[in-house]
Design a protein around this ligand. Structure first.
Ligand code: ADP
Length: 270
């Protein structure tokens, strides 16, 4: 993407605190496949946004872009007033250096479908690795914070276990603690219950609800759990064919959808 493609030039100072996340005309293609088309999306600090839509519609790509796991083909993304792939140097926008990318990445945490815990490390060490190696925290301090987060997700008793000794639901809760301990401003959840046995889904959703109720963190959740989305989200976004087809408060999008595609999609869940 050329820097000339950035819509508004520098981010204006007064806008910095207004949005936690901004997508401006963001498109993403893989080869000839256009997965996202000119997405415009503003998310305010502490907002909880649930992203729903058919398989293959671009939901995961939307949040992977924010985690810098993918780079937009065109358009720009801001997190907490900073551009993801560019930075301002002496009043000019240039491609971001590693230092800038590292800092902006640190504002975002992601929890995946597969928990991706380190199998050879005990639960506690899985959670302290980030603070110690990425944030440069002392081991003792990292352990205090890790225990606090593990207690928060109901696993204060499991610090000395290996991931293989835990159920899938418990492993996913460790993954949540591992993300939380980095104190991200934005948490991304990508279908975090899809790989779980049905009886384990509830405990993971309950932990996410609890974190959401604390209110501080901006959250974007890709989910197929419509009741959960209704409970937790301030806004629901329905994505179809790489575009935002409909969005609004849960009671509107889920209860009285305006778009025929949303109605058709939701009918599968009844
Ligand atoms: P969703 O989360 O809504 O199921 P995704 O964002 O995962 O959709 O994928 C959207 C489309 O992009 C799908 O057709 C998928 O196969 C394709 N896609 C995703 N990632 C890649 C990739 N790294 N390379 C090629 N195609 C991809």
């Amino acid at each position: 993407m050329s820097i000339g493609a950035i819509p508004n030039g520098e981010i204006k100072e007064r806008e910095k605190n207004q949005y936690m996340v901004r997508y401006q005309k963001v498109s993403k293609s893989f080869g000839n496949l256009e997965v996202l088309r000119e997405i415009d999306l503003d998310i305010t600090p502490t907002e909880k946004v649930a992203v729903i839509g058919p398989s293959g519609s671009g939901k995961t790509t939307l949040i992977r872009l924010l985690m810098t796991l993918e780079k937009p083909t065109s358009g720009v993304i801001e997190v907490d007033g900073e551009l993801l792939w560019h930075e301002e140097v002496k009043g000019k926008l240039v491609s971001a250096g590693e230092k800038h990318l590292h800092r902006v990445r640190g504002k975002v945490g992601m929890i995946f479908q597969q928990f991706n815990l380190f199998p050879h490390m005990k639960v506690l060490r899985n959670v302290t690795e980030g603070p110690v190696h990425v944030l440069g925290m002392k081991k003792e301090e990292a352990e205090i914070q890790a225990v606090e987060m593990l207690k928060k997700v109901g696993l204060g008793e499991k610090t000395n276990n290996y991931p293989s000794q835990l159920s899938g639901g418990q492993q996913q809760r460790v993954a949540i603690a591992r993300a939380l301990v980095m104190r991200p401003k934005v948490m991304l959840f990508d279908e975090v219950t899809s790989a779980l046995d049905p009886e384990l889904v509830g405990e993971v959703l309950a932990v996410i609800k609890e974190i959401a109720s604390e209110g501080e963190t901006t959250m974007i959740l890709v989910t197929h759990e419509m009741e959960f989305a209704r409970d937790i989200a301030d806004r629901i976004i329905f994505i179809d064919g790489g575009c935002i087809a409909e969005q609004g408060p849960p009671e509107q999008v889920l209860g009285d959808p305006q778009c025929a595609r949303t109605r058709e999609f939701l009918s599968r869940f009844r």
